[in-house]
Design a protein. Structure first.
Length: 156
């Protein structure tokens, strides 16, 4: 991403400039293909749209979404990695399982020596608190896919 093309008014080699109020490229039978040795750049003062009846596929070694201009004029490209939703869902589910097991162990198996030297025992009054925690964890597990996983953007 270090290469930036020269502006059209600075470029010294052969180039074709098409300038009009509107341009339409249409392939009736087959495809429109664009190819470049370095960069293909699209610029607009408005929005940029891709419409497809089928899939929209982006295939690259690295896909960067977004950039930020710094105070000194340099550019910082997207730094946050995307999350693979299915793997994250499995990880969250495993984490919730571990927390639930820990909660159940604390509820039923953990005892302490109090200041008098006596061992504490299970307190039935705590059962509601532990059940509430486990119910909250189950709700997190159920809601993860619908709240966190995109239904339209899929990653490899």
């Amino acid at each position: 991403m270090n290469f930036t093309p020269k502006d059209t008014n600075v470029y010294n080699d052969n180039q074709i400039i098409i300038n009009s109020d509107r341009l339409i490229f249409n392939a009736k039978q087959d495809s429109i293909l664009f190819s470049s040795d370095k960069v293909i750049g699209f610029n607009t003062n408005g929005s940029f749209h891709f419409d497809s009846e089928k899939n929209f596929i982006v295939n690259s070694n690295k896909i960067v979404l977004g950039l930020k201009n710094t105070a000194d004029g340099s550019i910082i490209y997207g730094q946050e990695p995307a999350i693979l939703g299915n793997q994250m869902e499995e990880f969250i589910s495993d984490l919730i399982d571990a927390i639930q097991h820990l909660t159940e162990d604390i509820e039923t198996k953990v005892s302490f020596i109090d200041s008098s030297g006596y061992e504490t025992a299970f307190n039935p009054n705590n059962k509601l608190a532990f059940q509430t925690t486990i119910a909250m964890l189950e709700e997190l597990r159920k809601s993860f896919a619908s709240k966190c996983k995109s239904q339209t953007v899929l990653l490899k």
